[in-house]
Design a protein around this ligand. Structure first.
Ligand code: NDP
Length: 300
């Protein structure tokens, strides 16, 4: 293996430390405690795990963390009323509605009901438009985390060829916008892209956000390229015992690490940065809502 391993867990710990410092200063200097409300509808086990870890992280950072749980069959109107209340609540600076929502609820309507200033996921159409036009916005947490790690590793990204595999609104598209903002030459690949390995071979930076275990192999990677593996896939792991599973990314770690200059592992790469950036966005939202300067080191 020749690639440097980009340790997302360690990097996330430094971001969380910075966040805790900002939170302490907000309390001391302005009497403000950043508050994050997380709303979960239903009992999806994976969502419950995410919501619990988000709640724990907010408290560890010294923030106010409030959890709202609605029944799986709660009417859409009940969720919209809760969002209205949170929009109007001055103690709450960030609102996150855990996705996916049950099928009777219109997720776009719900996301766009959140006050854009409190939209710490960066999914509101106003924030999407602001990011797309290079204006100050709330930036989705996973791409923001990738960008922070890329900047830390490379310094300037200007002029680099970047290939983002995946075009979701949550990861692929905002990631591409951020890289364009850094003056990369950006290609967005997806399931209809012709000769994907050849497209990826041109990239100095590869961001894989697909959801297919080990799809990107070392022979797709340009020597020395930086590989950000966003994918989180649970696969069977009979070597760990019957019925056991393990997490892997979208990149075949061993073969990619032979060729790449740097690579994020799964687990322990991009994943921990997502929660760290949610905390960072909550501090950013709290400062903006209160007319304070941008928090250093926490924004795009
Ligand atoms: P989506 O399913 O919304 O998007 C997947 C994208 O991959 C689509 O654009 C799809 O193309 C593309 N795709 C699918 N198959 C291929 C293929 N064979 N070749 C090229 N492109 C393909 O997923 P998300 O963006 O929400 O998530 C992607 C991965 O990232 C998942 O594993 C998810 O678990 C993980 N994730 C990790 C996070 C973290 O914190 N680390 C946070 C969010 C997601 P098309 O549009 O043409 O269908």
């Amino acid at each position: 293996m020749s690639a440097k391993i980009i340790d997302g867990k360690a990097f996330a710990a430094t971001v969380r430390e910075k966040v805790a410092g900002h939170v302490a200063r907000l309390k001391e200097e302005h009497g403000l405690t950043p508050g994050l409300a997380v709303v979960l509808v239903g009992e999806d086990p994976a969502s419950q795990v995410y919501v619990r870890s988000k709640g724990k992280a907010t408290k560890e950072a010294g923030m106010l963390g409030v959890e709202y749980r609605l029944d799986v069959d709660a009417p859409q109107g009940e969720l919209l009323r809760l969002i209205d209340d949170l929009n109007a609540n001055p103690a709450i600076h960030g609102i996150l509605v855990q996705l996916p929502l049950p099928s009777h609820i219109d997720a776009d309507l719900v996301i766009n009901a959140i006050d854009p200033a409190k939209d710490v996921d960066g999914f509101h159409i106003s924030n999407v438009g602001l990011l797309g036009t290079g204006q100050k916005s709330m930036v989705p947490c996973t791409p923001l985390g990738c960008l922070m790690m890329l900047r830390d590793h490379h310094g300037s990204l200007s002029g680099m060829d970047a290939v983002v595999i995946g075009r979701s609104n949550i990861v692929g598209k905002p990631m591409a916008q951020l890289l364009l903002g850094e003056s990369c030459t950006v290609t967005i690949a997806h399931s209809r892209t012709k000769d994907l390995p050849e497209v990826v071979r041109r990239a100095d930076i590869v961001v894989a956000a697909v959801g297919r275990p080990g799809m990107v192999t070392g022979d797709w990677i340009k020597p020395g390229a930086t590989v950000m593996d966003v994918g989180i896939n649970r696969i069977d792991a009979p070597e760990k015992g019957e019925g056991k599973t393990r997490l892997v990314g979208d990149c075949d770690f061993d073969s990619c690490a032979e060729v790449a200059g740097a690579i994020t592992p799964v687990p322990g790469g991009v994943g921990p940065m997502t929660i760290a950036c949610l905390l960072a966005n909550t501090v950013t939202a709290c400062r903006r809502i209160n007319g304070l300067a941008e928090p250093e080191g926490l924004t795009a």
